[in-house]
Design a binder for this molecule. Sequence first.
Ligand code: ZN
Length: 603
Amino acid sequence: MSDSDSWWSRPLRMVRHDFLDDFAWWNTADLRKVARDKRQRWHANVEWIHATPGSWPGNAHLVTFDSERFEKVPGLKIDLLRSYVPAARAEGLRVVAYVNAHWYSHEFANQHRDWEQRLADGRAYGRVHPLYGSGTTFCPNSGWRDWLFELLREVAATGVDGIFLDGPAVYPGCCYCEACQATYRKRFAAELPREENWRDPEWRCFVRFRIHSTAQFLRDASAAVHARRPEVLVFMNSGGWHSGEWRVGREPAALARFQPVSGAEAFFHPARRDKSPWDGFLMAKVQLATGRDSLVFYHHAIGAWHYEPLPEGEAVVSATQAAAAGAGVWFGVFDPAVRPNPDRAIGSIGKAFGLLEKADSVVAGSRSLARVAVVQSAATSQFYLSALEDLYRDPATGIEIGLLSSGGEKQEKDWRKRKTWCEGWLDEEFSGTCLAFGNEHVPFDVLLTASSDAWSLDRYRVVVLPNTACLSDLEQDLLLDFVRRGGTLGMSFESGRYGADGQLRPEWKLGLAAGLTGNVSAWRPRGYEEYVEVAVEDVLPSFRAGQLVPRPVYALKVTVNSGVSVPLWFQNEIGHHYRAPQGRSPYPAVVVSRYGKGKIVYL
Ligand SMILES: [Zn+2]
């Protein structure tokens, strides 16, 4: 939570009750009662009301308020925003207007073909990949921005407390519209690169350009609103920590420069097998790391079944984990999930928010006392492509079915896939590190490299780099200085081997500081029967010397200088089931070295 005394710096409990395309529901609703229910039964303190619909087939061009310029949602007879704001205020509820800024029908887009985001071959993105099955999306650099800013000014004039922008994102493979080409040419005196090529500096520049396009859109949208009403909260769907965010042109820290609240989705999707039960907790930590007041968005829905509400237990776990990390909570609730059994659907939210409401005075103004920080690096998400060829072998799993076990040694050549692999390693290492601390009840903060010029590491005893491969010179120096003054640095895999733009460094400064010689190669990726050997008993109380511990699938062969301590070593490769262990290799699995007054642990 920030030091701001704005209303959004209090613990936020937000809801959006979504009637999809049934806006006529509002015509006869008792608005005071609706607002009172939100406060007393849902225990929310902020309600989102649609200023534009977010439903099929992409009706973001329609509005729910009276306007001379914009078309009203069919069937809605009241000015929804102007009618609801006073009712909500009388019941002690704030109103945030939801503005869909990413999903427009093809029919509307037909009148504005030059606003559509375009793929490198010139086709409009939404015509090739219709959004949610129908509709298209507009470019933040196109003439659409002026149209939307006018809409935002009109929304602000209705008296709402805040405006949430759901989009825009720069969609995968976009944007090559005329406006983007002209803007890029003007800014960089170059043409937009047509192919995803991570060895081309122009491509990396384009990746940053897309992120800047989204951030500058937010900056200008916010300025348009504030010219009319400076007190209105303007914020945007920020994106999270997953490495794929660059594909939609988002980076939370880049957006945080232009918004006081940073929020991202952590929807409950149990179908994903790698789903962590603490997604919201981690998302909250990452949003807070932007230095802004933060929010975690949840759908009150079982994964992709939006009309089946979360069970009470899941709603409570979702809300409390985000709040425990210091973030506010938002629930999107779809009416078909409510109508058949309101007590069940609203009861779950009421229980979750009721608990948070009781904790309001405890949570308000709270701040983290963590002494451990885990670094999340946007540069690594965006630009990390390991230079170690051996890592790109398809890992053998050794899974045994019947009397047959799987092999698999194919070398992956497609470097687009290689990039995806690198992103996977980073994401698993970052989330795994955070979850390990969480499971052990070790309080930790997340540090974003994008904010590194404002890093203050003095309050931390331990900083961890989970394969934070791409670091700037400044970040490298700050980290080494932290250790020199007595801190402990944990670093894994290729942390610091590359510069902030993804280029392999001629000298691995962090590796050398950790006692490594600088020679690096990779073990053959293998998900079975390879081991790390415990050499020193007192590393962890439950480990004994000689004990074998499963080796990570992806592991590096490094060599060390004298004077370091090696509590765990890699074993020589076994390679096959039912073959005896092959003894200790010359490669350390964990290296502990002294540096200045502090310590570096490399693994
Ligand atoms: Zn464009």
